[in-house]
Write a protein that binds this ligand. Sequence first.
Ligand code: RP5
Length: 167
Amino acid sequence: MAATEQSPLVGIVMGSRSDWETMQHAAARLEALGVPHEVRVVSAHRTPDVLFSYAETAAARGLRAIIAGAGGAAHLPGMLASKTAVPVLGVPVQSKALNGMDSLLSIVQMPAGIPVATFAIGNAGAANAGLFAASMLASEFPAIGSALDAFRSKQTEDVIANDDPRK
Ligand code: RP5
């Protein structure tokens, strides 16, 4: 069964369909590690009521983490975090105008009291948010922990096996 067909443990949300190009990297990591997840477009400024509803029901639906990606004036992760105690992992999407510095600062500079764990701008941040969510679940779900260990071992082996950059 694909990781998207089981009851989701992780929600991936993004402010626009245009963010999927970035956020697909979070989904790919979760899929590869067998972490049940869902994917939704939820906009802080275009669909604020959907945002509130998503956040307010997240814990009861069994979500253990929400990976939220947004670009520009990126309110989505902070607003979600304000409405749920489910940990929010923020991914700054690389904007055209400011290369994602706007997204990064909007997400990372949360005032004390409502935390958002913020990742790197763009594809690397999305991938790492997926890996981080998996690591949050690893102790409770041994199969996810084993998959994560195997991924890291293979990554290490691949670097060692290809240590001459001229080849
Ligand atoms: C934000 O505005 C989205 O997260 C997206 O990164 C950015 C641009 O959205 P679109 O104009 O492509 O829909 O809300």
